[in-house]
Design a protein around this ligand. Structure first.
Ligand code: KIV
Length: 272
């Protein structure tokens, strides 16, 4: 049997755990398409998340609920094709795993087979334990997601900081330990107090990746459109913008329109 092997060393779940052990922070960003994933991978990102936030930033929906398994597989296969080094995690969309563990396993297997992704991510704790275990037992790496879980937005009614009360904080710690015991390779914690996130990262041995969860965790994740300044209206306190692509793109497109209208593009050197 002959297989093509690239020289680039791919990130694995084992390496992510080692990074935590030696105190090296893990970098993670979302990606939904080939061109962007290629740039992020070449820049050296450790983990690419094909997030169901594609529902918001790619499809223009208000919530993550409408995106389907087929949509996620489409986005994920584009990202996987672009990736040489990063570990690619794919979100299980709303409705693809909450029903029962057989359905959850079927959905996870479809993602792995049809997109080529390296792992799946699921929102929730004890409520989804059976599905998490069943997927793990099929050999599919699972990442948990606790704290603000956008797929449950209509249950909570707001996107405010989670687990500020003792009862919710204790459940979150218990859920994190449960996910670790089941064999998850990591957990995203979203919009929870920094002290609580730090405690979780200390009390479990698997990598804890934060978004709006402070600096005491093992790595950070952001939505790529947010950190590049494309989604201008979205301004949560936790977001740091690393570029103002809205302005860059608007200026470029305005210049293009001006050149086309003036008959200035293409010039002689830009034609055959
Ligand atoms: O879908 C997503 O982008 C996510 C991140 C916010 C962690 O789950």
């Amino acid at each position: 049997m002959s297989v093509h092997k690239s020289n680039i060393k791919k990130i694995t779940t084992h390496q992510l755990k080692e990074m935590k052990n030696r105190g090296e922070k893990i970098s993670m960003l979302t990606a939904y398409d080939f061109s962007m994933a290629q740039i992020l991978d070449a820049a050296g990102i450790d983990v690419l998340l094909v997030g169901d936030s594609a529902s918001n930033v790619m499809a223009g929906n208000e919530t993550t609920l409408p995106i389907t398994l087929d949509h996620m597989i489409y986005h994920a296969s584009s990202v996987v094709k672009a990736t040489k080094r990063a570990f690619v995690v794919v979100d299980m969309p709303f409705g693809s795993y909450q029903g029962n563990s057989s359905e959850a396993l079927r959905s996870a297997i479809r993602i792995m087979k049809e997109s080529g992704g390296h792992a799946i991510k699921m929102e929730g704790g004890s409520e989804i334990k059976e599905s998490v275990m069943r997927i793990l037992s099929a050999g599919v790496p699972v990442m948990g997601h606790l704290g603000l879980t956008p797929q449950s937005i209509f249950k909570f009614g707001t996107y405010t900081v989670r687990a500020q009360e003792e009862a919710e904080a204790s459940k979150l710690i218990e859920d994190a330990k449960m996910l670790e015991e089941c064999g998850c390779f990591g957990i995203v914690v979203e919009k929870i107090p920094a002290k609580l996130a730090e405690r979780v990262a200390k009390e479990v041995s698997i990598p804890i990746i934060g978004i709006g969860a402070g600096n005491g965790v093992d790595g950070q994740v952001l939505v790529i459109q947010d950190m590049l300044g494309i989604t201008k209206e979205f301004k949560p306190r936790f977001l740091r913008r690393y570029a103002d692509l809205d302005t860059v793109i608007t200026d470029a497109v305005s210049n293009y329109i001006e050149d086309v209208k003036a008959g200035d593009f293409p010039n002689e050197g830009e034609q055959y």
